[in-house]
Design a protein around this ligand. Sequence first.
Ligand code: KIV
Ligand code: ZN
Length: 523
Amino acid sequence: MTQSKTESPKQERDRIVIFDTTMRDGEQSPGASMTLEEKLEIAKLLEELGVDVIEAGFAIASKGDFEAIAEISKVIRDSVVCSLARSGAADVDRAAEALKGAARKRIHTFIATSPLHMKHKLQMTPETVHQAVHDSVTRARNYCDDVEWSAEDGTRTEHDFLCRTVETAIKAGAGTINIPDTVGYTMPDEFTALIGMLRNRVPNIDKAVLSVHCHNDLGLAVANSLAAVRAGARQIECTINGLGERAGNAAMEEIVMGIGTRSDLLPYRTGVKTETIMRASLLVSAVTGFVVQPNKAIVGANAFAHEAGIHQDGMLKHSGTYEIMTPESVGLTKSTLVMGKHSGRHAFKTKLRDLGYELGDNALFDAFTRFKDLADKKKDIYDEDIIALVDDSMTRRNERIKVTALKVSCGTGVRPKAELELEIDGARSTTTAEGDGPVDAVFNGIGQLFPHRAHLQLFQIHAVTEGTDAQGEVTVRLEEDGRTVNGQGADTDTMVASAYAYVNALNKLLVKREKTAPAALSA
Ligand code: KIV
Ligand code: ZN
């Protein structure tokens, strides 16, 4: 991060504070749930990316959220770690408790201020909401100096009331005032005017950083956020890949590259190291199973691809003809051929270090063994192959259920059959299962060896690189009693990758079950 620990972002007029809510608002997307380990991995990468504030969860919402905030608080040292809290005392207390270990912490408390939300959702009068703003911010300030207050549904709030609540929140000690466009309703010009109105009418507005939090229901989250910055907002709340409730939040990569690329119109800077954007996008996509659409700005597979002959011709003559940013600036390096079956352990370790992995001896041994297996099956091994392989090995270390053998037979005129061996808590067992297709047969086999109640919600496969010998990366989403998990698996054999992914998801469900009630391993 470029910002030092003592330097407050609000001291610099052109510095935009980047507040990441991938693990809070992002995780609220149906199916985007993350395990504690995954959240820790994302938090560390967000810190490396240079994010100023990491909203790690909503402490009172669940035991899992509380634990994630507490664990993230222990390891993150540069970025501010934040927990969301409604306005009630119990919410604020729980947020403070979760953040206890943080080097730099923030409590983010909110209440809805629009007539619609106050009347129908909260069933509170404006007066009681106003009092709650005062009480929640005051209570949060007793726990920490850095308090943010949000006016939920701010863009549909009456201006007089919005000004009054913002003034009260600042008086009570909020250092950041956030104006969410909760339902993605506003338009850039209107939002510019709203931010300008607050700056003109709220007498103590200079004592706080103005922040915005835009949803993408009309596809305007990034445009609205940038419009707000031009009107004086200095914090943007956003998520990696635009993950978030319904149509999502403003995408961080688009905000940051928009500011960096159009510095003529947007003379501001962020602390984000843009070269890490691609890694963050890939990690969030792998963890959630939310595939990034190929034509997505900045991080989509086609964002820097030039297909049309006239474009390719222009690119060869001058890359500026069709490229407004370089692929390298977002961390997209040309896919490099890394090594083959003759590459040694030392070269492999060096390659891992270049890709950002520091593995311990055992993990390195496992990864190197798998690399050698892969090199036997696949002639050319690329960076993407190594990343998929190492992520897959790390995912499956210490799992209680392991796939130890799999043979699948299928084809025209035969019923697909899977012969499967699993190791469950050290004990191996085998079965043969049939299914409507080879994947179905594999999953039926897993169900026979480890009966469970989980339902398959998503099965997704994509190729890590080009070519028919590419590794297949499979995501499986399982749901059990309202808990959702995503499992991943990678292998050149898509049936093996499918089995790995399903078993990985089952292992995650087991971890979740153990956290609620430690019990013997059974379905
Ligand atoms: O969209 C919203 O209003 C929110 C608030 C809790 C900040 O997510
Ligand atoms: Zn939101």
